[in-house]
Design a protein around this ligand. Structure first.
Ligand SMILES: [Cu+2]
Length: 596
């Protein structure tokens, strides 16, 4: 009895200590100018990105989201552990916030670190609905005395995002669907409407034109260039958030290598990095030390080389970060175009046929596949050179590769005179080009040292992250595929609309084996959980909420199924998510609120 009383008192005092922190976020359509043209953006409290929400671990958050737009909206808290009904995915965890309505989120903060929030409705994230979350730990750690500065990276196009997707799916009935349903595509999916939509698309959608879309600007806290006053010798903790819709960035500080201390909000054993790749929806905390004199550039370069955004730290003479070698590409595959090569999946499966996948042949983390590429012998393969081409900011024109040395052609030099450079006019093409060119079997040399992949093998958790060995393990194998001709993206060869939920049980350890048979990076995000990314650190494998599954590789993640609910699991490339690359992870016996 005494023990019981003791625990009750402890509980009571814990409750008393909890501080309630309240925010009001007003979402509105607002004219903004990033390019010299005024277009309508979507803002939070009149800002793009939205305000930084600051809390301390253990706080009770009350966040009222007011929708002043003429369309429905939603806000999802990316990376936060919270009750399912507070997760903010329309038609999955709650009804959308209708025009003129307010939704009040309320939850306890069970974690600390750098996170972010964004709309989960249609393509609104591309239009500006995102912002940062900083949660201080209950007890200050080694780095908490440092000054911190939030860095939200994003990509901007003046083009309406629906028209971007329309272009990607040219010939589709996207607008009809949108008008007809008046709901998000997720909602449509829940209603089973998308099956018909996609089957129509699969029959009649003509091939996309890769060169129609590009980003006008890359933004750092809402502008291409920012500066930060700092003292020589000062150490600053940058909380870097990739809030972009579809852009990965290379991060580099001109002053000295960065010290990486956290990934996806979780502290890791610190390590130094000269240049690092951040995937869409990931966060990294890095410490930079301001050199004795001058202003030093912290640069975020778009993965495809089409531009960058900068934070100039310190005052005086400017010292720029180096340009990153352009992802050069040479494609002439015996009449095949790049998009046709990419369209080889899932049919060709790039050397990873479904039968072999089912037999578990590709279950180990790391590089895979490409056996099937032998049928393409004699064709020119894309490749990456290490030539640095200095491109002016936002220069989208193609680059001339006529000076390319024949000896650099890895597979078929007989075609070297038939120069047919692919221009990198579009971000999409650039991303694709990068994906193709960075593949070891294709490029002959893998990702170059100057264009590294994600730094996952260096991420080491501070404590062991293994689970109780007595728990049952559920293993789920997922192939990541795409059909570029139709611009449909799949998990296990099915888009969201044609698939069942992924069912799991409370108390299990769930292991996802993700086998990427496509030529694109897919930053996969699981709502409401942290998962271990199995890597070189073994027992100390890091905990993340988003992981880039690199082209032609297998990534294995594990999580404890302890967060009851229906949780969205999807590729965080916005247009992939909207084109089918998503699932609902459903806990057995969980029932949705009927209003949802
Ligand atoms: Cu994807």
């Amino acid at each position: 009895m005494a023990a019981l009383l003791g625990s009750l008192l402890l509980f009571a005092s814990g409750t008393l200590r909890a501080v309630t922190v309240e925010y009001d976020l007003t979402i509105a359509q607002q004219a903004m100018d990033f390019t010299g043209h005024t277009v309508e953006a979507m803002t939070v409290n009149g800002q793009l990105p939205g305000p930084t929400l600051r809390f301390t671990e253990g706080d009770h958050a009350v966040i009222r989201v007011h929708n002043r737009m003429d369309v429905e909206t939603s806000i999802h808290w990316h990376g936060l552990l919270l009750p399912n009904a507070m997760d903010g995915v329309p038609h999955v965890t709650y009804p959308p916030i209708a025009s003129g309505e307010t939704f009040t989120y309320e939850f306890d903060l069970r974690q600390s670190g750098t996170y972010w929030y964004h709309s989960h409705t249609m393509l609104q994230e591309q239009r500006g609905l995102y912002g940062s979350i900083v949660i201080a730990p209950k007890e200050a750690g080694e780095f908490d005395g440092l000054r911190d500065h939030v860095v939200v990276l994003s990509d901007w196009t003046d083009e309406d995002a629906n028209s971007v997707l329309h272009t990607l799916k040219r010939g589709s009935e996207w607008y009809a669907i949108q008008k007809g349903s008046g709901q998000s595509i997720l909602g449509a999916a829940r209603l089973g409407m998308l099956g018909a939509y996609f089957s129509r698309e699969l029959q009649r959608m003509p091939p996309m034109d890769l060169s129609d879309v590009y980003y006008d600007r890359f933004l750092l806290n809402g502008a291409p260039q920012q500066s930060l006053v700092a003292q020589p010798g000062e150490k600053i903790r940058l909380r870097v958030i990739a809030g972009s819709a579809s852009t990965f960035f290379y991060l580099q500080f001109a002053g000295a290598p960065m010290r990486v201390i956290a990934a996806d909000g979780q502290m890791v054993r610190p390590f130094k990095e000269e240049r690092m790749l951040i995937g869409v929806a990931e966060t990294y905390d890095v410490i930079v030390t301001v050199p004795p004199e001058g202003s030093y550039e912290f640069r975020a370069s778009a993965h495809d080389g089409s531009g960058h955004a900068s934070l100039w730290i310190g005052e005086g003479t400017r010292h720029a970060a180096p340009d990153i070698p352009f992802p050069n590409l040479y494609v002439n595959m015996g009449g095949l175009k790049l998009k046709q090569v990419l369209a080889l999946t899932p049919g060709g499966s790039m050397g990873m046929p479904t039968k072999a996948v089912r037999e578990g042949k590709f279950d180990q983390p790391g590089m895979n596949g490409m056996d099937g590429m032998s049928s393409m012998d004699g064709m020119m393969m894309p490749m990456e050179t290490t030539t640095t081409i200095s491109t002016p900011l936002m220069e989208h024109s193609g680059h001339d590769m006529s000076g390319m040395d024949d000896s650099m052609m890895p597979m078929d030099t007989s075609m070297a005179t038939d120069d047919n450079p692919v221009t990198t006019k579009s971000s999409w093409l650039g991303l694709l080009a990068e994906d193709v060119s960075s593949q070891a079997p294709l490029a002959g040399g893998g990702m170059s040292a100057e264009r590294p992949g994600p730094p996952y093998d260096k991420l080491r958790a501070l404590q062991s992250t293994t689970f109780d060995a007595s728990k049952p393990v559920r293993e789920i194998r997922l192939t990541l595929d795409g059909d570029m001709e139709r611009y449909v993206w799949f998990l296990n060869n099915k888009p969201l609309s044609e698939s069942d939920d992924i069912e799991i049980k409370r108390g299990e350890v769930v292991r996802f084996i993700m086998i990427n048979r496509s030529m694109m990076h897919h930053p996969m995000h699981l709502h409401g959980h942290f998962f271990r990314v199995l890597n070189a650190q073994g027992e100390y494998s890091p905990l993340k909420h988003t992981v880039d599954v690199v082209p032609m590789t297998t990534t294995v993640i594990e999580f404890a199924a302890e967060e009851f609910g229906d949780w969205f699991f999807h590729c965080h490339l916005l247009y992939h998510m909207m084109s089918g690359m998503a699932r609902v992870v459903h806990y057995q016996d969980f029932t949705l609120d009927p209003a949802t």
